[in-house]
Write a protein of this length. Structure first.
Length: 388
């Protein structure tokens, strides 16, 4: 234990030299006496259950500690959200892992790489995701909350309402959705008489959506196509496009906007939302290896808007959704924790731990401002408005 505590003590003094200290404890094993770092009652306790966990903790390596937690070599009891807000307590310097994010895309090609990397996250059993998503819409992006304690289901319904209002579609209009997920938007719109074609790259999502449309009697108004948007050839242009949370997987903004302009009718609108950062590739090693392996690039708003300015689109509106995404991830994490026994029984402890770190870590990131989120609307002017 002294070999473990000494580097933690040194790091603790340096890390909290210029910020409010957070006391936490470290225990050498289950039931063992805990050593508290800092003054006061510990906010959380890290318990070492294996020598490999002790080695990772003493090494002060963020990725090593995350892997040790995934493997069960470390446990965290208490306020996990606060623990994850201290992620910079540990370094995350892995140049080989950082470079390896980009190699598969160069070897396979961008579109095939997108297909594989998206499937790596979304092809988990749909029933697993449904243990923590909202029960009304099964939406896997942020809700829009009227107040912090509002039920998640109501926040997601408001999001669907705002999206339909933003693109101005009515019954009989035809919308292209980029990224079908578990049918949140497509079901909502189709039940209101709006025609929806939804694109997905994940086989599990395709199967789920086909079953959903069949059960709900929506096969005449909603259909799913498993195709990359860059490869998709539409039989006609659409009245509007909706993209909820897929811009992170489409980092070539210029090509994406060009494709939207090809697919939407003049006068049509595009609704989008996405999480963002100030640096496109500054995601943690844990995220790039275990959550979105090589396949996520948070939105760079300034870069995206530069491409909008070079495109035929007009930017109609933009809203800051960071607090909404914080609340959403917090609710998802709480629901996952409440379903722990079911998740572990059906899909195993490693999957539960992986998504627990992901969801609580995301909630902490949004709360601290390490991650941003936005929703925005574009419109393709009709030719007359361009002076043609």
């Amino acid at each position: 234990m002294p070999d473990l505590i000494a580097p933690l003590e040194r790091r603790y003094q340096k890390f909290f030299a210029d910020r409010p200290a957070v006391p936490f404890a470290v225990a050498a094993g289950p039931g063992a006496p805990a050593h508290t770092l800092g003054n006061g009652d510990p906010v959380f306790t890290i318990t070492v259950t294996d020598a490999r966990g002790a080695k990772a903790l003493a090494g002060l390596d963020q990725f090593g500690v995350a892997v040790a937690y995934l493997q069960g070599w470390l446990d965290v009891d208490g306020d996990l959200a606060t623990a994850l807000k201290m992620r910079k307590f540990f370094h995350d310097i892995h140049p080989i892992a950082w470079v390896s994010q980009f190699t598969p895309a160069l070897v396979r090609g961008r579109r095939e790489h997108d297909r594989r990397s998206i499937a790596a996250h979304y092809d988990e059993d749909s029933e697993f995701f449904l243990t923590f998503l909202d029960t009304r819409h099964r939406c896997y992006t942020e809700g829009v909350f009227a107040y912090d304690d509002e039920p998640l289901e109501d926040a997601m319904t408001r999001k669907m309402e705002l999206a339909v209002e933003a693109i101005g579609v009515k019954p009989g209009d035809h919308v292209l959705e980029v990224g079908g997920g578990w049918g949140a938007f497509s079901e909502y719109a189709a039940k209101r008489g709006i025609q929806v074609t939804t694109l997905t790259l994940a086989k599990e999502s395709e199967n789920y959506l086909n079953g959903l449309f069949e059960r709900e009697g929506l096969t005449g108004t909603a259909r799913v196509v498993r195709e990359h948007i860059f490869n998709y050839r539409a039989p006609q242009r659409y009245d509007a496009i909706v993209n909820m949370g897929v811009t992170e997987h489409l980092p070539d903004y210029r090509t994406t906007l060009r494709k939207y302009a090809e697919l939407v009718k003049p006068g049509g609108s595009v609704y989008l939302d996405a999480l963002g950062m100030r640096n496109k590739h500054r995601i943690s090693t844990f995220m790039s290896r275990y959550v979105y392996p090589g396949g996520q690039s948070p939105l760079l708003l300034h870069q995206y808007l530069r491409e909008v300015a070079r495109s035929p689109f007009e930017l109609i509106s933009i809203q800051d959704d960071r607090h909404n995404y914080h609340l959403t991830c917090k609710r998802w994490a709480q629901r996952l924790d409440a379903a722990r026994d079911e998740v572990v029984k059906n899909w195993g402890e490693p999957l539960y731990r992986r998504f627990r770190l992901f969801l609580w870590g995301s909630a902490a990131g949004f709360d601290m401002g390490l991650v941003q989120a936005y929703r925005w609307v574009l419109k393709l002017p009709v030719p007359d408005q361009l002076g043609a």
